[in-house]
Write a new protein. Structure first.
Length: 416
């Protein structure tokens, strides 16, 4: 029996939840299209509307549900679209089978009143190789550019026992890599009895699920990397040497106006410490181009951050004002400058990444084989492909490889 079609936009948490939605609906959602939306930028909301129209043209008789952050924050926008049958908020995402009944077009509860998480939505991804597990949702911080707290609510954590049970079950099903995900993962635990932190959770996972070979962490706030987490990331081989940091900018005045809690020096020092303790760690980061009031000198500091923090997995976002945020009321940078700065950041990031990939040639790594049986990710999250496919390799196998060259931003590898 066919399953619901789920189109996921945005973050890894959305990807995880989309897989869970599809699994929960099963064959009962065979006539349903679900758009799991993102609201992080104005462009993300535009893409959501575009996907809705495209899906309706393709399947005119399907029941079309829009959920996710854009639906939570702007329900009226999507209610006004004739293509949409139901607008469901992020709280309602926890029970997708409820979407099968009822005639109301909008079901969006007050997300700020939500006090629990929906770990049952954390589900497998990449065909039994990697699985995302939601350990936290929501955010208590109020960065001046961000609407996501109004889409996800306040920070709330999944108890460690439930996380461990979920991971143990996924490993028993054959998943070899687990990715801990959430909206503000490094805030994990403050709302739980005893106020455990992310380092404590990681330590418990590694201890109680010894058969898990690879644990990866989703986007982290560098200022909240505690000493236990630092020691695990740098000293535990089962924790993958890849961190994606929420840096956003490389200029202190812009960071202050963003209401970030770290300085430029904090970010550079943390990366230097990480790489001194574990040199193979690959750093990813989010950087916003053209934040309000950003001068050319301020932008130059962000551009230089790519080299200063050795960012090889760069996620570059041109700033776009989000209605109701403090940043939208600040003096704006002109669109042409934002576009140019984003292009410069991407070019510098691409250059840094290319040099990094080239430096890996000749080294030895373990590669997680993914769905095609020929390619996969290394621990540092570089993508690699076997130059001579091995017929005996199956998705989920972890194989030692030697890297031979780089072709079109992908490493080529041979079995070691």
């Amino acid at each position: 029996m066919s399953a619901a079609e789920v189109i996921s936009l945005g973050c890894r948490l959305n990807i995880a939840e989309s897989e869970g939605i599809a699994a929960a609906l099963g064959g009962r959602g065979s006539d349903m299209i679900v758009i799991n939306s993102c609201a992080v930028t104005a462009e993300a909301v535009r893409r959501t509307r575009q996907e809705i129209r495209r899906a309706r043209r393709r399947r005119p008789d399907a029941r079309l549900v829009v959920t996710g952050c854009a639906a939570q924050i702007e329900p009226a926008t999507f209610e006004a679209m004739p293509e949409v049958d139901l607008v469901a908020g992020n709280r309602e995402k926890a029970a997708p089978t409820d979407w099968l009944a009822g005639s109301e077009r909008v079901r969006v509860a007050d997300i700020m009143a939500v006090r629990d998480t929906a770990p049952q939505l954390a589900h497998a991804f990449a065909e039994h190789t990697r699985a995302f597990v939601e350990v936290q949702n929501g955010c208590d911080h109020r960065c001046t550019f961000c609407v996501i707290p109004f889409g996800r609510g306040n920070s709330r954590s999944v108890p460690a026992g439930a996380v461990i049970d979920r991971i143990a079950g996924l490993v028993d099903e054959g998943h070899r890599e687990i990715v801990l995900t959430g909206v503000d993962v490094t805030s994990y635990g403050h709302d739980l009895p005893g106020a455990p932190n992310l380092g404590t959770l990681v330590e418990r996972i590694l201890r109680h699920v010894p058969q898990l070979p690879r644990l990866r962490l989703s986007s982290l706030d560098s200022i909240e990397i505690d000493e236990l987490l630092f020691d695990l990331v740098t000293g535990e081989p089962r924790v993958m040497p890849h961190l994606h940091l929420s840096l956003q900018a490389g200029d202190d005045m812009i960071l202050k106006r963003m209401k970030r809690r770290h300085s430029r020096a904090d970010a550079v020092t943390m990366v230097a410490r990480l790489k001194a303790a574990r040199p193979e760690i690959a750093i990813g980061a989010d950087i916003i181009a053209g934040f309000p009031t950003e001068s050319e000198a301020m932008f130059a500091n962000s551009l230089a951050l790519i080299d200063d923090c050795d960012i090889v997995h760069g996620h570059i976002f041109p700033y776009s004002p989000r209605h109701g945020t403090p940043a939208a009321r600040m003096p704006q940078v002109d669109h042409a400058s934002i576009k140019r700065r984003a292009a410069q950041l991407r070019a510098r990031s691409t250059e840094r990444r290319a040099a990094w990939l080239a430096s890996l040639v000749g080294s030895h790594h373990d590669m997680l084989i993914e769905s095609d049986g020929e390619s996969g990710h290394l621990g540092n999250f570089a993508k690699a492909r076997l130059a001579t496919p091995q017929l005996n390799h199956r998705p989920g196998d972890i194989v030692p490889v030697t890297l031979t060259c780089v072709t079109n931003d992908m490493l080529q590898a041979v079995p070691a």
